[in-house]
Design a binder for this molecule. Structure first.
Ligand code: BJW
Length: 263
């Protein structure tokens, strides 16, 4: 197993024609966006998932749930992409056959310059009608200058759908809900046909998303993981780079194209 120096990983990356980059909350941690399952800082260490991030929670207390997601939207709006996001945008630009797949509901890949991002778990910025998903949702993105300071427990009534007056809900995928079909199909296809899959900052425990690196490994791709901690994906990865995304990815990208230029 490789721990710090990414030379072998760099050679695989530099030689690859089709690269998939699969990300989780850890890629945004160094931008100040909390992960879910990290012991002290993760969202689930501080908040009750059952009260905030399930369809039942929204049904029981829509103002609490909407207020929590407004708070999270505001935090993401204030965050900036970190060197890890920028390195991924560089890979996307250098390898025409690359695909970025994220479980994240933030927009930091897009703001780092990645063109097309497959969002498996939806987006904080695409709320929708709770009754008819196709109804256009009226939604005001919270801006930094808003007079009212949001805090994590603030109740805010969700807006109403302009077409049918039902509540508007966060456009994210909660436990027990199906992932967006087109996104999942595109992600599976990309994983099954890539040469290299880079899995970054995910605990690899939430399905079906956690199948993506496993599909790539079964299909013969070299799977490389970037994570400071061990995960259940260690066993499917040919190379485990123990470090943070913002430390490891820029070094990996620099080494990948140095390595190919030398040959
Ligand atoms: C760093 C770092 C740094 C830190 N640099 N790294 C098969 C088996 C068992 C269960 C299931 C199964 N199939 C389905 C299920 C049920 C369930 C599930 O998976 N449960 C398991 C948890 C037990 N799955 C579902 O319910 C899914 N739906 C479904 O299956 O539907 C079926 C269906 C079909 C047809 C009709 C109807 C239904 C839906 C899953 C939705 C997940 N939603 C969430 C919330 C999104 C909204 C929101 O943000 O509020 O998605 S949960 C949360 O987990 C979020 C994430 O995208 C997801 C994954 O988390 P992630 O990204 O891996 O974060 P962490 O915190 O877990 O890990 C962070 C990692 O980063 C750590 O490893 C750190 O070490 C690392 N790190 N700093 C690099 N600087």
């Amino acid at each position: 197993m490789e721990s710090v120096l990414p030379h072998r990983a760099a050679r695989f990356l530099g030689d690859a024609r089709r690269v998939v980059i699969f990300t989780g909350a850890g890629i945004s941690a160094e931008s100040g966006v909390p992960t879910f399952r990290d012991d002290l800082t993760g969202l689930w260490a501080r908040f009750d998932v059952q009260r905030l991030a399930t369809p039942e929670a929204f049904h029981a207390d829509p103002d609490l749930v909407w207020g929590w997601y407004e708070w999270r939207r505001r935090r993401v709006r204030r965050a900036e992409p970190n060197p890890g996001h920028l390195a991924i945008a560089t890979i996307e630009a250098r390898v025409p056959g690359s695909t970025v797949i994220t479980q994240n509901v933030d927009d930091l890949h897009e703001r780092a310059g990645t063109g097309a991002v497959i969002h498996l778990h939806g987006s904080l910025f695409a709320p929708r009608c709770v009754t008819v998903a196709a109804h256009p949702a009226t939604f005001q993105d919270p801006q930094d200058g808003d007079a009212v300071e949001l805090h994590e427990g603030r109740r805010i009534p969700p807006p109403r759908c302009a077409s049918c007056a039902a509540l508007v809900r966060p456009g994210v995928v909660w436990f027990g809900e199906a992932l967006p079909e087109a996104a999942l199909t595109a992600a599976v296809e990309a994983a099954a046909t890539c040469d290299v899959l880079l899995t970054v900052g995910t605990s690899g425990v939430v399905y079906p998303a956690a199948e993506i690196p496993r599909i790539a490994a079964r299909s013969g791709a070299t799977v490389i993981q970037v994570n400071p901690e061990p995960t259940p994906l260690d066993q499917v990865c040919a190379i485990n780079l123990r470090g943070t995304a913002a430390q490891v990815l820029p070094a990996l990208v620099a080494a990948a194209w140095e390595a190919t230029a030398e040959r």
